[in-house]
Design a protein around this ligand. Structure first.
Ligand SMILES: Cc1cc2nc3c(=O)[nH]c(=O)nc-3n(C[C@H](O)[C@H](O)[C@H](O)COP(=O)(O)O)c2cc1C
Length: 277
């Protein structure tokens, strides 16, 4: 096995806790390794990001597939210092947003599609939940494509959904028109190579819980969660600067979501003009 394939196998072993079989003549192992090594980064080098590079990466990202060729995504590159400060004020516990060399907001845009009908004086016959869902799916795909494009260009990213905690304020700051919703922010920069800044590889649930052949079968495999909890604690304990007594994934996640969050999101989406029936 060549070096690249070995690194890919080791990375996926750390991620999923199992040794995957790799064909000896695997094509694209370098690209696969870059995808498998994904990490969200929250510390940045001070190197600025040229705006034309952000625009180039956005063009690559917006080349993603798009549901029914509807192109229901807009990206806002927040460059103005006042605008950046206003967004940073929405995420005071996440200084990595304020510090990031660049910040984008990915939006689902259901407006243009409806306007095609309005301009022709036609009734908008598909005004229901699916219209909202489709533009959010498209925006998610474009954001993931941006993360991959940025990674190919030597950049690192962190998605930020916390911006949506105060959706109305966010919509006002970005002057989002009706039928446009923010899906997530994305901080971008060059990685800081200080040892303490390196983001650890975060394990994922075992493939037996998330990858299925032909049908899903047993819905609640608690042993998969228990195995993952153990691997998560091990990874946390081994990561540099990690907590001395790491909690399980189950404990962390249920603690994070023990209090209600974004309860007004549905109301906000409706107030933006989406019909969720
Ligand atoms: C839609 C979305 C929203 C996210 N929002 C935030 C956020 O508000 N703040 C943050 O620090 N990380 C955020 N993240 C990053 C996740 O916390 C991260 O992906 C997860 O912990 C797994 O770590 P990894 O990406 O390094 O593998 C978000 C990720 C996604 C996909």
């Amino acid at each position: 096995m060549n070096n690249l394939n070995r690194r890919l196998q080791t990375t996926l072993q750390q991620r999923f806790g199992e040794t995957l079989d790799l064909p000896p003549d695997l094509p694209g192992a370098g690209d696969l390794l870059r995808i498998a090594e994904h990490r969200s980064h929250r510390r940045w080098a001070t190197t600025p990001l040229p705006p034309e590079l952000t625009r180039l990466l956005a063009a690559c990202a917006l080349s993603a597939p798009t549901k029914s060729y509807l192109q229901q995504v807009d990206i806002i590159d927040v460059r103005d210092a006042g605008q950046r400060a206003a967004l940073a004020a929405l995420t005071p516990t996440m200084p990595w947003l304020a510090d990031a060399p660049a910040l984008l907001v990915f939006c689902g845009n259901g407006r243009r599609f409806k306007r095609l009908f309005d301009r022709k004086g036609l009734p908008f016959t598909n005004d229901h939940l699916d219209s909202f869902f489709n533009c959010v799916v498209d925006a998610s795909m474009v954001m993931m494509n941006f993360i991959n494009a940025a990674s190919a260009a030597g950049l690192v990213c962190c998605s930020i959904s916390m911006l949506r905690n105060e959706a109305e304020r966010l919509a006002r700051i970005l002057q989002l028109p009706q039928r446009v919703v923010p899906v997530a922010g994305l901080c971008i920069g060059y990685p800081s190579f200080e040892a303490s800044a390196l983001a650890p590889l975060q394990p994922r649930l075992p493939l037996r819980a998330t990858f299925h052949v032909d049908r899903m079968g047993a819905a609640d495999d608690d042993t998969a969660i228990d195995d993952f909890d153990a691997r998560h604690v091990e990874a946390r304990a081994a990561s540099p600067g990690g907590a001395p007594n790491p909690r399980t994934w189950s404990a962390e996640r249920t603690h994070q979501y023990a209090t209600p969050q974004r309860e007004d999101w549905g109301r906000f989406v409706r107030s933006q003009g989406f019909n969720l029936k």
